[in-house]
Design a protein around this ligand. Structure first.
Ligand code: LLP
Length: 414
């Protein structure tokens, strides 16, 4: 489902025209639909209704407080990768008891903060992390609940920068090392083994890598059980792909039936860490055409959003749909680019659009890994974030000002 659609040739988000958003808040601006976020979360939740499970929204995809709060109200758990994300979840009203902590380089301070918050599970990714966690938990007189992140060595078939499940990737540990780590963890006084974890990549559009990874995890689970180590949950990570262009994403119901079939007689609770699936298509980046120019045969629309606002095209050569907010006839071929001083600063190439100076465009599928990856490159103020709900709209992050950018900086004394 999408709440972004045309009414009388004008793009709306739920019941609000994007022209109204631009008039009220300016551009560039991220716009999210509350209904779309809720629908995506609920569809995931319902697909696994027949099996004990917990959906831990992956905060990195979009960590705006209001987005986290919408999901907290629905009872979501959260997958975090930093102390900052933990603090966001808690301030958004999320329950620490539903938090899993992933990441290959958790600092001692982050481990301590998460222990003190009593999170549900540490997804441990190395022997060194296990040892540090044991010693911090001992100092605090606490017991740390853990999973070990296994690297099942399957190819998720996705972009190399976001594939994480191959043995040459930095994430997790191999099955052999995982078994040794479980044996060692079982002897540690301040460690409580509760589960096993894997995450093989992002934007996955085929089922077989996901079920292959689960099958390998289940073999480990059975082997550990023979050693007397019982696990309460299996965390399958995130990674479910979405449609940006013409991909055929896996329907969440098909994902659920394949996972549950692979589980067979195994009754462990399932944890999931979806990010993109929940928010990608629930958001657009709204931008204005500043000017147009032609170099040789090439027509450029220079818009007020740039790679600092949305880096996915520059970083991954990602394709995201660009649409005119108000539809006109006679489209032409455009490169849509930002004002940043890099040739890599583009939003889209080779698009048929009917646009002119002053027009608004929407960059679709920008709800995940959009604002969160933005920066102040070229000293540009980061965009505002708006949530639409029915005919209401709320500014959930104000546009930055130059004072916001500069208040941490100073010049040297005389
Ligand atoms: N769990 C772990 C341990 C992860 O590393 C990730 C994503 C997720 C869950 C959520 O994955 P998702 O369901 O969103 O696919 N910036 C890239 C994506 C990076 C993904 C990193 N890890 C992009 O814009 O495509």
């Amino acid at each position: 489902m999408t709440s972004f659609h045309y009414v009388n040739d004008t793009l709306v988000a739920e019941d609000v025209a994007l022209t109204e958003i631009a008039n009220t808040y300016g551009t560039p601006t991220y716009v999210y639909s509350r209904a779309d976020i809720e629908a995506a979360y609920t569809s995931f939740e319902q697909a696994f209704a027949s099996h004990p499970h917990r959906v831990c929204y992956s905060v990195k995809a979009n960590s705006n407080l209001a987005v986290l709060n919408i999901l907290a109200r629905l009872g979501a758990g959260f997958d975090i990768v930093s102390g900052g994300e933990l603090q966001r979840v808690l301030r958004a009203g999320g329950d620490a008891a539903g938090v899993v902590f992933s990441g290959v380089g958790k600092t001692a301070a982050e481990l301590q903060m998460a222990l003190q918050a009593n999170i549900a599970c540490f997804n441990v990714e190395s022997v060194a992390e296990l040892d540090t966690l044991q010693s911090i938990a001992a100092q605090l007189g606490q017991v740390a609940p853990i999973s070990i992140r296994v690297n099942p060595d399957v190819d998720s078939g996705t972009h190399p920068y976001i594939a994480t499940g191959l043995k040459e990737n930095k994430f997790g540990v191999s099955s052999d090392i995982a078994v040794e780590m479980y044996r060692r963890a079982a002897t540690m006084d301040n460690i409580n083994i509760v589960g096993i974890d894997c995450h093989i990549g992002s934007q996955i559009t085929e089922l077989s890598p996901l079920t292959d990874a689960l099958a390998e995890v289940l073999q480990l689970v059975d082997g550990l059980e023979r050693d007397g180590i019982t696990l309460n949950h299996i965390d399958l990570g995130g990674g479910l792909g979405v449609c940006y262009k013409d991909e055929q994403p896996i329907a969440v119901e098909d994902y659920a039936s394949a996972v549950l079939q692979t589980m067979g007689r195994h009754s462990q609770k399932l944890f999931f860490e979806p990010g993109r699936y929940i928010v990608a298509n629930a958001g657009i980046l709204l931008s204005k055409v500043e000017l147009t120019k032609q170099n040789g045969d090439h027509r450029f629309a220079v818009v007020d959003a740039a790679m600092n606002d949305l880096i996915r095209p520059a970083l991954y050569n990602a394709w995201q749909k660009v649409a005119a907010v108000e539809l006109h006839d006679d489209p032409e071929n455009w490169s849509v680019v930002g004002p940043v001083c890099e040739t890599g600063d583009f939003i889209a190439h080779d698009r048929e659009l009917a646009i002119a100076t002053g027009d608004l465009i929407a960059v679709h599928s920008s709800g995940a890994y959009g604002f969160v990856m933005s920066s102040n490159y070229n000293s540009r103020n980061r965009a505002a974030e708006i949530i639409v709900s029915g005919s209401d709209h709320y500014c959930v992050r104000q546009r930055e000002t130059i004072d916001d950018q500069l208040h941490l900086e100073t010049i040297l004394p005389d």
